[in-house]
Design a protein around this ligand. Sequence first.
Ligand code: SAM
Ligand code: DTB
Ligand code: SF4
Length: 340
Amino acid sequence: MSIETHDTPEFAPQPGMPPQPADGLRHDWRVDEIEALFALPFNDLMFQAQAIHRAHFDPNAVQLSTLLSIKTGGCPEDCGYCSQSAHHDTPVKAGKMMDVDSVLAEARVAKDAGSTRYCMGAAWRSPKDRDLDKVCEMIEGVRELGMETCVTLGMLTPGQVERLHDAGLDYYNHNIDTSAEFYGDIITTRTYQDRLDTLESVRDAGINVCCGGIVGMGESRRDRAGMVLTLANLPQHPESVPINMLMKIEGTPTGNATADTEDLDAFEFIRTIAVSRVTMPESFVRLSAGREAMNDQTQALCFMAGANSIFVGPKLLTTGNPAPDRDAALFDRLGLHPLD
Ligand code: SAM
Ligand code: DTB
Ligand code: SF4
């Protein structure tokens, strides 16, 4: 049985490669190796992913996070998939930032429903320093409830990262979204390197990193492999890796009826989860956006492929998520339990 490939001579470190960190995990993947994982017979890929998942995690425990959009719409960025970009004419209208008490009331509901992490998202290119005062109060309040905190606020300066760290932030979400090569087809208002720079300062401040991407935007399999490559070759793997299936939003470039984005085969989505599990054995891989439209069998295969985190609650940021009773029934049928 071949679980990891790094001992085979073909994949041994080559002269000139950067030194590998001492975490025992690989950070020197080549895109052709990752493409080779994608191309495995489905059963073989699932077997590798399962073996690695079981070596690192309770295979029946799933971490539960809940999302809230604390500032919706009117975003100056032009992300081609997003309902909240001011560049697209979508059904989402811009709103003001929520007040702290309303956010904490929503967080209490999520905690009572069994969620352990509260993720607050804002449609900003980057926050203004005065916006951060309120965000820091939200972080402190959610922590007092006994939940982990995550925020996603766009690009940050090192000073802003420090303020979030001082407020006790547990995770920062900032996705690379796709491969370096395909990125420019989806977003033009900031670069891949901008994203990597923010991720580096979050990591350097000691905040856990939540970083993943979207599939189903018309990218090639090589792009999906390239996205996983970027994540797996970061100096430290993100603690949390959300894999989103594109939610097609009316009025966005990737969501228009005429858009050249065929629905992605569910097996290709499951493969993306499995390859993320194989290349990032100790990360939580989150089956993120897109669950509402997935049948239970597809979700079950995602859990078999190594997904061990989901968003729960009836809403993501602006789009729908399965109703809590559907998730509870699925957990029951599969013998899954929420991670404490
Ligand atoms: N503005 C911040 C940013 O972009 O970093 C935070 C919010 S943004 C909505 C967070 C992530 O949600 C995006 O990076 C993207 O990966 C995911 N996302 C947004 N719209 C999506 C869609 N229509 N389908 C799937 N994932 C989506
Ligand atoms: C992530 O990777 N997915 C979440 C979270 N991080 C912020 C967001 C999904 C958004 C789906 C589209 C929407 O609801 O607007
Ligand atoms: Fe703005 Fe984030 Fe949406 Fe991009 S993904 S348009 S940065 S809210």
